[in-house]
Design a protein around this ligand. Sequence first.
Ligand SMILES: NC(=O)c1ccc[n+]([C@@H]2O[C@H](COP(=O)([O-])OP(=O)(O)OC[C@H]3O[C@@H](n4cnc5c(N)ncnc54)[C@H](O)[C@@H]3O)[C@@H](O)[C@H]2O)c1
Length: 257
Amino acid sequence: MDKFIDRFSLEGRKAIVTGGAKGLCNGMAQALHDAGAEVVLLDVLDIVGDSAKEMSKNGAAVYAVKGDLCKTEELEHVYQECLEKLGGRVDILLNGAGIQYRAPAVDFPRDRWEKIVAINMSAVFYMSQLAGRTMLAQKYGKIINIASMTAFFASVLIPAYSASKGGVAQITKALSNEWAGQGVNVNAIAPGYMATELTANMKEVNPKQYEEITGRIPMGRWGNMEDLQGLAVFLASDASAYISGAVIPVDGGFMGK
Ligand SMILES: NC(=O)c1ccc[n+]([C@@H]2O[C@H](COP(=O)([O-])OP(=O)(O)OC[C@H]3O[C@@H](n4cnc5c(N)ncnc54)[C@H](O)[C@@H]3O)[C@@H](O)[C@H]2O)c1
């Protein structure tokens, strides 16, 4: 038998990472790539091409596809473009693109609600559906959705985000129920409080909450990009073969307190 550690390898695997141009998903895409996978970064930002170039300096190929996950009618085309770049096979789909907006529920703008739900939740389902068709035909696939701690509890001032991430957790379980028996594992990562652009304005908007959160994290610090890389590779690899339908926190111990 091969060495156990070889089960973590992603050599020869093909991955699509949505929201991969920057931030946490860029970090997870980098980790998949470092573990051997060919990667397509799918993102709405113009910098996605540069992000792919930066990542592909050594190892397997990294491609960029520009696409807006809000535009439901274009998703099939965007997915086909990703599939083509990967030569018709997709082993890993990491649904990571996400946006945030803070406002009291009573004033929360409808256009913001709809955009957040479209990108954070509906696109997770639509992209999984498209990749699922390929993966079910292959009898092999790993879908990794990026949820949040707000999949377990709803935070204040972010009703749309909380609802969308709760939805991501349920989509993960629903798809797992249908596909886990056919070779397609579907799991979610629930990052805790991460120090990124998405959360950067929290210190100013709600300093009291910021301090309370930091004090409540058993590890005493907010997480960073590197903290998610190990779990992303694990869930994308054969080392996690018997794990499906799980929503796994990476939160410095927050959920245990
Ligand atoms: N930062 C945190 O504390 C935190 C905590 C829990 C979960 N998350 C989740 O992690 C993921 C990444 O967050 P981040 O902090 O790195 O944010 P980020 O803003 O740095 O990255 C998000 C990426 O998604 C892309 N994106 C946004 N809208 C898109 C669209 N319509 N089409 C295609 N791509 C689009 C952006 O261009 C960007 O590259 C998100 O799903 C977020 O909800 C973040």
